[in-house]
Design a protein around this ligand. Structure first.
Ligand SMILES: Cc1ncc(COP(=O)(O)O)c(C=O)c1O
Length: 430
């Protein structure tokens, strides 16, 4: 425990921490022991499609059911417990994103569902001739809802394409598409396949300099699990995140300022109270998962020993997650660099720890199958990076293979993938 201040709490999963120049390093063995599913011996490099959950999340959900839940709005204790779970989930998301106010956190089943909801609501404020800016780097969840809403509203879609071969999304490329009629810039904080992290503060500043009516909608789904986030500093008016990418349940949230939500009127039942954030949340929510979501954020905040409020502990622990995963990313990139049969797609200047690649002469599904035989979880296909796969001309040929790091990934997971890839040298048909 050398280097650990005496007043540091060791609650959460944090084991004996190791001090580094950046702060404390994760004790990955301790982190892994919190996730029951990891004991099956597979290498889970599929976190970009959803992580495993720690025991604390499973326990929180089952405790919520054991204690008793009621539908919201009731005068009895079970209903009030449900309302408390929803409030705790909003506060947890606000702490994770650095959101301005938990009352501006809209909870929902998925980022896709919530983005459709926001697209419909925002489109009611657009006029024919207005413009929106989308990117060909983004997951389709931050593209299609806007394309469809724009078509209905008579609004022009302007596209910002990443540059080849790095697949960076330079600020100038986005800035070239914004103008005085721009109402929305929808952009990712990190590509879910090639990892590119655009310079969001600069993009948001360029958008605001060009238009006084613009909103910046940031897809934070792939960025949030991999580092500390401050949505205000990123320039996001609205930011989406999916809890199942950061050790939580299958739930999502979009956060913004309550004053912004107050101007938006999504379709809703007449019988539903016309207040925010409730009017964005359709039907009866999953209260037990709300408890799981809050437990997931507590778990992330407890990855390192720390003091201070949950936001402060999240900033420290997610900084350590980023350092840990960056080391593993380097290990993977160094490992594939000499493999002439492995073709990496993109090489962004700043990136999340996720790599997209093809193996010469093999269909990406065949590569993923070879990995599965070695008990290594990776994904093949477009992974909903639909526009990017089309832009690169690989959509029809199976797109690529994706491997990514999570807070619980250890070097042996990466090495197992590298062994499979090495064994595929010469295995291709062409
Ligand atoms: C970057 C990114 N955006 C959006 C989504 C969609 O999230 P959800 O599955 O919650 O709709 C995903 C899911 O993979 C994603 O990776």
């Amino acid at each position: 425990m050398s280097g650990v201040p005496a007043d540091v709490s060791t609650s959460g999963v944090a084991g004996a921490p190791r001090a580094t120049a950046q702060g404390f390093a994760l004790d990955v063995a301790a982190v892994r022991s919190a996730y029951p599913a990891l004991s099956d011996g597979w290498a889970y490099l599929d976190g970009a499609a959803g992580t495993q959950v720690p025991e604390a999340v499973i326990a929180a959900e089952s405790a919520a059911y054991r204690q008793g839940l009621g539908n919201h709005g009731g005068f009895f204790a079970a209903a009030q417990r449900s309302a408390a779970h929803a409030r705790a989930a909003r506060q947890a998301v606000a702490d994770l994103l650095g959101a301005p106010d938990p009352d501006g956190v809209v909870l929902g089943p998925s980022t896709t569902a919530l983005t459709f909801r926001f697209a419909d609501a925002l489109a009611k404020t657009w006029q024919p001739g207005d413009e929106i800016v989308l990117t060909r780097l983004d997951h389709d969840a931050n593209v299609r809802p806007w394309v469809l809403a724009a078509a209905r509203a008579g609004v022009t879609v302007r596209w910002a394409d990443p540059v080849l071969p790095s697949l960076d999304l330079p600020t100038e490329v986005v800035a070239a598409q914004v103008g005085p009629r721009t109402r929305l810039v929808a952009v990712t904080a990190a590509s879910n396949v090639v990892g590119t992290r655009p310079d969001l503060p600069a993009i948001a500043a360029a958008a605001r300099a060009a238009s006084d009516q613009v909103l910046v909608y940031v897809d934070g789904v792939h960025a949030v699990p991999h580092g500390a986030v401050d949505m205000g500093a990123l320039g996001a008016d609205l930011m989406a995140t999916s809890a199942y990418k950061w050790s939580g349940p299958h739930l999502a949230a979009v956060a913004g300022a309550p004053v912004l939500l107050a101007d938006l009127h999504p379709d809703k039942l007449d019988s539903v109270v016309d207040v925010t954030p409730d009017r964005f949340e359709r039907g009866t929510p999953p209260f037990a998962q709300h408890a799981g979501l809050a437990a997931a954020v507590d778990h992330l905040a407890g990855l390192l020993p720390g003091t201070g409020d949950r936001r402060a502990r999240l900033l420290a622990s997610m900084t350590a997650v980023e350092a840990h995963e960056s080391g593993l990313l380097c290990r993977l990139l160094d490992g594939i660099a000499p493999m002439v049969h492995v073709e990496r797609i993109g090489a962004p200047t700043r990136q999340a720890p996720t790599v997209w690649f093809r193996v010469r002469g093999m269909h990406p599904d065949e590569v993923a199958q070879a990995c599965a035989r070695a008990r290594v979880n990776v994904w093949s296909g477009h992974n909903y990076a639909w526009e990017l796969a089309g832009f690169l001309g690989i959509r029809e040929s199976g797109s690529a293979v994706r491997a990514g790091m999570s807070c619980y990934t250890d070097p042996s997971d990466v090495d197992r993938l590298l062994e499979v890839l090495a064994s595929l040298a010469g295995a291709g048909r062409r």
